[in-house]
Design a protein around this ligand. Structure first.
Ligand code: SAM
Length: 229
């Protein structure tokens, strides 16, 4: 039966992958990956010989369609992204949508995501949260950040190293220097850092131009203080 597996892969540490993910990637006819050279490292590490095909946010309809045809002819395929869970601020949704419309069975293989990784270690109340992915660069950005003033639950963002200082400045300007945040940098990697404190403290802490990496930021509700004592 035609099956499309949506497979979560590590967000840094290659050990963070499930047995089921490895078995699935070994068993399918093709693995559709965002950056085939990047994913080759994971496949080599686990001696997975399955052919990689390129699939990313700019892939043409024709490309997606050609992979669909393969699935409809009875092949099985897997979708992976460069890191974490496909479709979470990553391409994949159009592919999955089309597959379901065409009656192809879609099977998720759960695993890491930068989002859940930081949530689990934040110590913040996250029974309810809003995940925004990447903030818009321009239109709507300010409105969204200003709305955090009155929020009663956590808001979570993905951010690049280049825009992270801008986000801190905006939180200072439109929310409060005292608002508590949790920053996850380089999660699961050698230079992993999980930092908690106020916006003002973050501006001091992350003021080094040489700070590198990928960031997840959790903005706590106004009334939350990390120092519960
Ligand atoms: N699909 C991925 C997931 O499940 O987390 C997210 C992909 S999105 C294109 C990439 C963004 O996720 C990065 O810019 C960063 O904000 C966050 N991210 C991914 N890996 C990370 C890591 N190891 N540490 C911190 N943030 C990470």
């Amino acid at each position: 039966m035609s099956t499309l597996y949506i497979v979560a892969t590590p967000i840094g540490n290659l050990g963070d992958v499930t047995y089921r993910a490895i078995e699935t990637l070994k068993s399918v006819d093709f693995v559709a990956a965002e950056d085939t050279r990047h994913s080759k490292r994971l496949l080599n590490h686990y001696e997975i010989k399955t052919p990689l095909v390129s699939f990313h946010s700019h892939s043409s309809e024709a490309k997606i369609e050609s992979l669909m045809v393969r699935l409809q002819k009875g092949e099985s395929g897997a979708v992976i992204s460069d890191a974490g869970t496909p479709c979470i601020s990553d391409p994949g949704f159009k592919f999955v949508n089309l597959a379901t419309l065409k009656g192809i069975t879609v099977v998720p293989i759960p695993g890491p995501s930068a989002l859940t990784t930081l949530i689990s270690a934040s110590g913040f109340p996250t029974d309810t949260f809003t995940f925004h992915g990447f903030l818009p660069h321009k239109k709507g950005r300010q409105t969204l950040i200003k709305a955090l003033v009155d929020t009663k639950h956590c808001h979570i963002f993905y951010e690049s190293v280049h825009r992270f200082p801008k986000l801190l400045k905006e939180l200072e300007t439109y929310v409060s220097v005292d608002r508590t945040i949790c920053v996850g940098r380089e999660l699961t990697k050698i230079h992993e850092e999980i930092w908690r404190g106020s916006v003002a403290q973050a501006m001091k802490h992350f003021n080094d131009e040489n700070t590198r990496g990928e960031f997840v930021v959790i903005v706590a509700p106004g009334k939350f203080s990390y120092n519960l004592a």
